[in-house]
Structures are given as structure tokens and as C-alpha cells.
Design a binder for this molecule. Structure first.
Ligand SMILES: C=C(O[C@@H]1C=C(C(=O)O)C=C[C@H]1O)C(=O)O
Length: 360
């Protein structure tokens, strides 16, 4: 029986080895060609990383794809290929909310691939500062969670920052309860980022109503604390358990199984249109009847779809708000440009945070 299987496997494995050798040859040729592009850019002081071009490379292959690999697999594979290719020219330094093992770190790798120097920061403020002072080329900041809504600190910092939004990345969130021993024996407190505690509050109340809850600066920081103290459990992603040597007590404990967090990539580059883009704006209008309606009318009049609307108090004490709006299209697209021109004439304040390729 084993012989029979071996007889079938041997030629198939030989075929895979031969294909891999061919792939390697092609990948090496691709890398050399990308290096030539890099050299040409250097001659013209161009930026190495071009998000719109990378989005187009992936979309073209997804269109060509006849299966069996799914579109998401092509995006992951070519994302890494392009990361490795541009890494030969320049590894971008990317600041994120650390420590290692956070979903922000996962978003860094999903967005930029592994050929990066990922720079862990203690706070979202520090991520912004790092990008603003050009210590980092890019930053990854959490923007919204499908369960808990906006990350207010990020919204507030976007208002005043000189950094532009250069990309978006959505990461599935699978929360796990973890401890040093893999059990809750002797555990009195569970720690996590407040958003994560909120995402698991139903499960915690049902399964461990007696466990005290306390906040931590990040999920991975909670994991680090749990690694130091056997009376502490943490809620974090699986990668944090690996990073801090913890064992998982229960996995997938978030109240919504489809929980995702959306991140913004921030930096100083201006993306050209990729063909399928979004633009993020901040708007403010006078505090008077019909103002929000008038604010949004230019979008509808120009056939521009709004994909997100969020408000934050302007902190003037007068019930004034900033509106965070995402629209479909690039600021250079004629319909978007017309809508923005009309908006500028109507609103008290407008800031275009950036246009960037849609990543699905
Ligand atoms: C090679 C280039 O530079 C980088 C690498 C890319 C790639 O490997 O395909 C694509 C865009 C850039 O981020 C290019 O601009 O074409």
C-alpha cells in the first residue's frame, strides 16, 4: 500500500520540483527587472514603492486568473513577491502600534510584505510622530473595528497630521484568551486593549463573569504582562501567544465572528490613480439647520459614492463636529475633482487626507 502511494507521489513530486526551479528562474528574472526599474527611478529621483502600480499588478493577475488559486491567494503571493523585489532597492521602515504580536504588526506585513523594517511604537501618537519626522517612511494605524467603530485617537491625529493616507488594509480579528499555563487556575484578572475587551464582553460575561477586566496599552502588551504574571490572562491574537510564549485557553472568543479591523497606511507619497481608488476627507460645516445635507449634496450631484461617514466632536463646546468621509474614486478623477471643488465652496473646513487603491 505504502509502495503504491510512493509510486504515485514520486513523479508528481519530481514535477513540482521542476516547476519550482522554473518559478525560481522566473522570479529571479522578475527581481532583476524590478531592480532595473529601481535604477531608472533613482536616476529620476522617483519613489521606490508605488502603491497604485502594485494594486494594478495584482488586479491584472486576478483578471487573468483561471484558477484554481483564489484571488486572495494571488494578492498574498504577489504582495510578497513585490515586497521582496522592492526590498532589493529599499526596505521601507514602517512604524506601528506595538509591541510585536499586535494586529497592527499583522497589518504591516499584510500591507507591505515581509521585506520591511517594522518599527514598534508605544502609542498611536508615536506612530504619527515617527512618520511626520521621517524617522519612518510609513506608518500603520488602526482606524475602525467592525464591532466597536472608530479608533478616536487615530481620527483626532489625522486632523492635524502632515502625513497622508496612502493605503488601507483590513485584517480579520480572532481574539484568544491566553495564559502562561493554558488554564485559568490562579488567574484573577484578564487584560487587553479596551477595544478588544469590548469585542469579547459577551463571551467573558457568559463564561467567566468572576474575572476582573483591566485595560492594557495594546493586546500584545497585555500578553507581555500575562507572560510575567501567572495571575493575569490576556486577550490577544494567536501571534501574540506565540511571541510571548503563552498558551491559548480559548480561541475565537470575539462576540462577532466576522470581526475585522481596518487600518490606514500613512506616509508622504502621492498616489497616482490606480483605476479603483478611495479618497478620505475631513469636513466641517457651520452648526446650523441643513448644513450636513448641504455638505453631502455635491457628492450626490457628481455621482460620487460615499462609503463611510464618521463624526468627531470639534471640542469647541458648541456641538460642532468634524466629519470623516470616505468616497469612491481618486481626487484626480473628474467626478471627484468636481465634487471636491463644489465642497470647498460650501464647507467651513476641508482636508483631503489622500487617495489610495482599494484593497479587497
Ligand atoms: C518595480 C517597480 O517598483 C516597485 C516594485 C513593484 C513590483 O515588484 O512589481 C511595483 C511597484 C513598486 O512598488 C515599479 O514601479 O514597477
Amino acid at each position: 500500500m505504502a509502495d503504491e502511494l510512493q509510486k504515485k507521489l514520486t513523479p508528481l513530486r519530481e514535477r513540482i520540483d521542476a516547476i519550482d526551479a522554473q518559478l525560481l528562474e522566473l522570479l529571479s528574472e522578475r527581481a532583476r527587472t524590478a531592480q532595473a526599474v529601481g535604477a531608472a527611478k533613482e536616476d529620476h529621483a522617483g519613489v521606490v514603492l508605488r502603491p497604485e502600480r502594485e494594486a494594478q499588478v495584482i488586479r491584472r493577475l486576478q483578471e487573468l486568473n483561471g484558477g484554481p488559486l483564489p484571488a486572495s491567494a494571488l494578492a498574498a503571493i504577489w504582495g510578497e513577491i513585490m515586497s521582496a523585489c522592492r526590498g532589493l532597492e529599499q526596505r521601507p521602515r514602517v512604524a506601528y502600534l506595538g509591541p510585536q504580536g499586535t494586529y497592527s504588526e499583522q497589518a504591516v506585513l499584510a500591507h507591505f510584505g515581509h521585506a520591511v523594517d517594522a518599527d514598534s511604537c508605544g502609542t498611536i501618537d508615536e506612530v504619527f510622530r515617527s512618520v511626520e519626522t521621517r524617522r519612518a517612511d510609513f506608518g500603520i494605524v488602526p482606524l475602525e473595528n467592525s464591532n466597536e467603530g472608530a479608533v478616536n485617537r487615530t481620527l483626532d491625529l489625522l486632523l492635524t497630521s502632515s502625513a497622508k493616507v496612502i493605503g488601507e488594509r483590513s485584517v480579520p480579528v480572532v481574539q484568544c484568551l491566553m495564559t502562561r499555563s493554558g488554564t485559568l487556575d490562579g488567574v484573577t484578572i484578564v487584560r487587553s486593549h479596551p477595544q478588544s475587551l469590548a469585542q469579547c464582553q459577551g463571551w467573558l460575561s457568559d463564561h467567566h463573569p468572576g474575572l476582573a477586566r483591566a485595560s492594557a496599552a495594546s493586546n500584545a502588551e497585555a500578553a507581555r504582562l500575562a507572560a510575567e504574571d501567572p495571575t493575569v490572562a490576556a486577550i490577544a491574537g494567536e501571534q501574540a501567544a506565540q511571541r510571548w510564549g503563552l498558551k491559548i485557553v480559548a480561541a475565537g472568543i470575539q462576540d462577532d465572528p466576522h470581526n475585522r479591523t481596518r487600518f490606514f497606511a500613512i506616509g508622504h507619497i502621492d498616489n497616482a490613480p490606480s483605476g479603483r481608488d478611495k479618497t478620505s476627507l475631513i469636513l466641517a460645516v457651520p452648526n446650523e439647520a441643513g448644513a450636513v445635507y448641504r455638505m453631502l449634496a455635491p457628492l450626490a450631484e457628481n455621482g460620487v459614492s460615499m462609503t463611510r461617514l464618521e463624526s468627531r466632536p470639534a471640542r469647541t463646546g458648541q456641538w460642532e463636529y468634524y466629519f470623516y468621509v470616505d468616497i469612491e474614486g481618486h481626487w484626480q478623477d473628474p467626478a471627484v475633482a468636481a465634487a471636491l471643488a463644489a465642497l470647498k465652496a460650501r464647507v467651513a473646513f476641508i482636508k483631503v487626507l489622500g487617495s489610495y487603491p482599494v484593497t479587497s
